[in-house]
Write a protein that binds this ligand. Structure first.
Ligand code: ASC
Length: 152
């Protein structure tokens, strides 16, 4: 009995650091993806604001679109196992991301494709195309939020 208890304690001592490390990894992933979504919101706002002006700067649009594209591509990798609501951390990520990974990937890829099209339009310097490509991005944000983000 005493021996068994000793084994149990030894197992707990061995497992606890692994669990703590997994928890730390989950929290780090949450922090990283939240920062990434802030980058996405900021760069998309820069683009929308620039397009409201009388003479939009292609240089500004180019830099923002490139940064937005790089950040959008990080979305699918930002939700590793163990970084969901079960961490107890402050996250708006719904468990559906992990229970419906195919649906989440589809929604993320739809956004990435829209941002790719915007980046290509900016590189082409075609203002009409830039405007329509910009308008096509917002619905891909909303589509994913509707399914996979906690409603505020
Ligand atoms: C943004 C932003 C979002 C999306 C979303 C589109 O600018 O920060 O989360 O657009 O509002 O529906």
């Amino acid at each position: 009995m005493r021996k068994l208890a000793g084994v149990a304690v030894a197992v707990m001592l061995a497992v606890a650091p692994a669990a703590a490390m997994a928890q730390t990894g989950g929290l780090a992933a949450i922090e990283a993806r939240q920062a990434n979504f802030k980058t996405i919101a900021r760069t998309f706002k820069t683009i929308n604001d620039e397009l409201k002006g009388s003479r939009p700067s292609l240089d500004t649009l180019r830099a923002a679109a490139a940064e937005l594209r790089a950040a959008s591509q990080k979305i699918p990798g930002g939700f590793p196992a163990g970084s969901g609501p079960e961490t107890g951390a402050k996250t708006e990520a719904l468990a559906a991301i992990w229970t419906n990974r195919a649906g989440f990937t589809e929604a993320a890829n739809r956004h990435i494709a829209a941002v790719d099209a915007l980046d290509a339009a900016v590189k082409a310097g075609d203002m009409a195309r830039i405007r329509s490509a910009t308008d096509a991005v917002g619905p891909t944000c909303k589509n994913c939020h509707d399914q996979f983000r906690l409603k505020k």
